[in-house]
Unconditional design. Sequence first.
Length: 348
Amino acid sequence: MKIVTVIVAGFALLQAPLGHAATGKVPPKHTSTLGTAKTTVPAKLKPGEYLWVPEVSPQGPIVMVVSLPEQLAYVYRNGVIIGASTVSTGKKGHQTPTGVFTILQKHEDHYSNLYNNAPMPYMQRLTWSGVAIHAGRLPGYPASHGCVRMPYEFAQKLFPETKTGLTVVVSDEKLFPDDVAHPGLVAPVSATGAPVSGPTLVNGLAWQPETAPEGPVTILLTNEDKRIRVFRNGIEIGHAPFTLTDRHRKITLHVLTMLELSGAEPPDPATGRPMPRWLEVSGKEENTVSTAELLAVFTIPSEFLTKMATVVVPGTTLVITQPAARASTRTTLTNGVVAIAANGPTRN
């Protein structure tokens, strides 16, 4: 059985700068790069390509980071990446401003008052002076008049997931730390745009649930850096090292969610609590796997497992992936990866 395959301002401001929204119209596609969905790490995306995996973290606060040097936009929910896209930002003389912004206004079918009524599908305004996120052409280099252009399909998928007030960080290497200018799989900033750091290590483990007393929980295991991280309400509350029972095993993306208890689960020897089952939420088949089967693949410090059991509840998302969580620890990916299966390794 496989587990695999994983503020808005006043009324007067609403009338001005960027343009108008046509009502009852479908945003035009022909003026934008349509986009190509991929299942690779952001660093490997080519112009026009994007990654969209919202099932990785279905609940929690969202924050976006646009990296000007990388020409990539990253979307995080509950601290974990759910999407990334190639972008085209401002060209010379019209550079996209850096800083921490909020989405001020959203128009699905929008047209510019500044640039000859140019279509701006799925527009999300960042400034009242004319900078926005929207679908547009992506030639592979900065080419806009200051906006952040995205592939049409990615902008379309992103639009219903965001709301006014959401934080967008536009970063470069001059004003931002390296992990914000070059993000990884975990959010380098909080939902308010402030830089974040992980909880303090004690004896190799970190556990500070008081930093986020409530909210949805996401667990991320990344094989390259051999770390398990726990996020609650977008904040990392704990992390620890782990090992694989087979050190040669590599993994592809796995996404699971904890099921409600049925009453028939065996007790966990460490805690005495029932050991729940997990449902695969990526892929064609609805497969389940027990906690015991997962723990047969990973060796995680028992002390950390006991602490983690106090915050994990039905609906918790578990993400298992190969790349390192942070760009600073990213290494070259291995080809011919092996995916975890309940009855042993399976090549895919």
